[in-house]
Unconditional design. Structure first.
Length: 215
């Protein structure tokens, strides 16, 4: 696992305390002060855990939470909020938050909660992307609850799509990652994508670039 945390917090002093705590625990992180930058970063790389402030300069952390859980349900989300009323916590948890920490908070307690979330992530060996579920232990992919009968390359290709769900993947990247060459015959790739589509899996062609798995 990547063991990475994203921090969405516009208060520089709070963000600084969290950064120091994560550094002391050997946890890699990226920090963002606005929703737009945070959501943009998620498109290229997803963290194991996201710390989400609620009151932000360009939006609301609850809305960000809904977006994260809809697109990347495997990301564990911890809300950080000065809204400490019971109804606020219930709202956050009902929207999909994995934990809720009220401000002001103990940095030691927050670090313990982050470590607990990372442990849960490390023990979660199933990655989901829309109707697809990738089981690393069983080396199996299911679609709408039913296991798919895939050959080796079909499995490797679909696994790569799932791990990069929603991203446009270039042809040369797919050829390199799955077949080990950059500029070879692309008909093999096209044929494999066609077979996956016949199984009902939605994969878009991005003309002149490559493919994208829809989730």
């Amino acid at each position: 696992m990547k063991n990475k945390v994203y921090i969405l917090e516009d208060d520089a002093s709070i963000c600084g305390l969290i950064r120091v705590a994560l550094e002391m625990n050997g946890i890699s992180f990226r920090a963002f002060s606005c929703c737009a930058d945070f959501l943009s970063a998620l498109e290229s790389e997803r963290p194991d855990v996201a710390l989400l402030d609620v009151m932000l300069p360009d939006g609301n952390g609850f809305d960000v939470l809904k977006t994260v859980k809809a697109r990347y349900p495997s990301v564990s989300c911890i809300m950080l909020s000065a809204l400490g009323k019971e109804e606020d916590k219930v709202n956050g948890l009902n929207l999909g938050a994995d934990d809720y920490v009220s401000k002001p908070f103990s940095v030691l307690e927050l670090t313990a909660r982050i470590n607990a979330a990372l442990r849960r992530v490390r023990h979660e060996n199933i990655v989901r992307a829309g109707d697809l579920a990738l089981d690393y232990d069983e080396m199996r992919i299911s679609f709408r609850g039913s296991p798919l009968d895939l050959n080796r390359k079909e499995y490797e290709l679909l696994r790569y799509f799932i791990e990069n769900a929603g991203k446009v993947l270039k042809r040369d990247v797919l050829l390199t990652e799955i077949w080990g060459y950059e500029n070879g015959e692309t008909r093999t790739l096209d044929n494999h994508v066609a077979r996956l589509r016949k199984l009902g899996i939605s994969i878009d062609t991005v003309f002149g670039v490559g493919y994208k798995l829809n989730v």
